[in-house]
Design a protein around this ligand. Structure first.
Ligand code: AMP
Ligand code: ZN
Ligand code: FE
Ligand code: FE
Length: 276
């Protein structure tokens, strides 16, 4: 399978596989390159580089940065950022702390709703990773209150759901500014999956992000239906943005395979050309 899968997660955020597992899998299926994009951390990058050494796999180092707009999270993928950039690490630190505070509040709400989930267990499931709603959902499933992840989101944790609490994060424009200042090439992740009922992000917000350096949108995401892909491809055409694809692999957490969506080498080189 040729091409670049530009969106993947590991146990260093809310995936279930290690950076080494993902690299081995990418090599096994014949990918040209792998985007390593854990939420709000650059921790997996050195491990991915080490694992890829001598394999010919091109590691595209990155992160999937959390921003927030109107109570809904907006994810910005950034490639080739400098992990040593202090303002970026400071903001990611703040988001990780904020994730912890918010997880405590979500657990309290779930407890009020009669679900005996414990924050200690959630923390255990997250390990050293920034706590995400998927970790909380796993803990809920362990209590027997639900049998699958999607059920937990649909019932309690979705944006606007009865137990969800938005987290503080910078807005998407400030996120792009911060990431560009850290040397990143930025792409709006899964634009169709935001807001209540996944109505998707609007063109005006994308334009505002583009004005400060956004260069692409992930129109090809496994969770986008064909109409959503078309809609964002047209927006990308209109605005002169690149279109990228990635699997958003999370190991066993999602019904997706690494390499399920890939970006061509030609587009990858156009992204690379935007490095500051
Ligand atoms: P968080 O970063 O804690 O806001 O959690 C975000 C993650 O939760 C996303 O990457 C998805 O994997 C998952 N998620 C968010 N909303 C939903 C939803 N409505 N249904 C299923 N999974 C969701
Ligand atoms: Zn995730
Ligand atoms: Fe995301
Ligand atoms: Fe993701």
């Amino acid at each position: 399978m040729a091409g670049y899968d530009l969106h993947s997660h590991t146990v260093l955020s809310d995936g279930t596989t290690t950076p080494e597992d993902n690299v081995a899998k990418a090599v096994a299926i014949g990918l040209d390159g792998l985007g390593v994009t854990d939420h709000d951390t650059t921790e997996p990058l050195h491990r991915a580089y080490a694992a890829a050494e001598g394999t010919g796999l091109d590691i595209v180092p990155g992160t999937e940065f959390s921003a927030e707009l109107d109570g809904s999270s907006v994810h910005v993928l950034a490639y080739w950022i400098d992990p040593g950039n202090e303002p970026l690490q400071r903001e990611m630190d703040r988001i990780r702390n904020e994730r912890k505070r918010r997880a405590e509040q979500i657990v309290a709400r779930l407890n009020d709703l009669g679900i005996p989930v414990s924050f200690v267990r959630v923390q255990e499931l997250a390990g050293a990773a920034p706590i995400g709603r998927p970790h909380i959902a796993r803990a809920v499933i362990e209590t027997g209150a639900a049998s699958e992840m999607q059920e937990v989101f649909d019932t309690w944790l979705r944006d606007g759901g009865p137990a969800n609490v938005p987290k503080y994060a910078v807005d998407p424009v400030a996120a792009v500014e911060l990431l560009v200042a850290a040397g990143g090439v930025t792409v709006l992740a899964h634009p169709g999956l935001y807001g209540k009922g996944d109505q998707g992000i609007d063109q005006a917000t994308i334009e505002a992000m583009q004005a400060v350096g956004l260069v692409g949108i992930e129109a090809d995401h496994p969770d986008h239906d064909p109409a959503t892909r078309d809609r964002y491809r047209r927006i990308a055409d209109r605005l002169g943005l690149l279109v990228t694809a990635g699997s958003d692999y999370h190991g066993e957490r999602k019904d997706l395979e690494l390499g399920q969506a890939t970006t061509s080498k030609a587009v990858l080189e156009q992204l690379r050309a935007h490095r500051p």
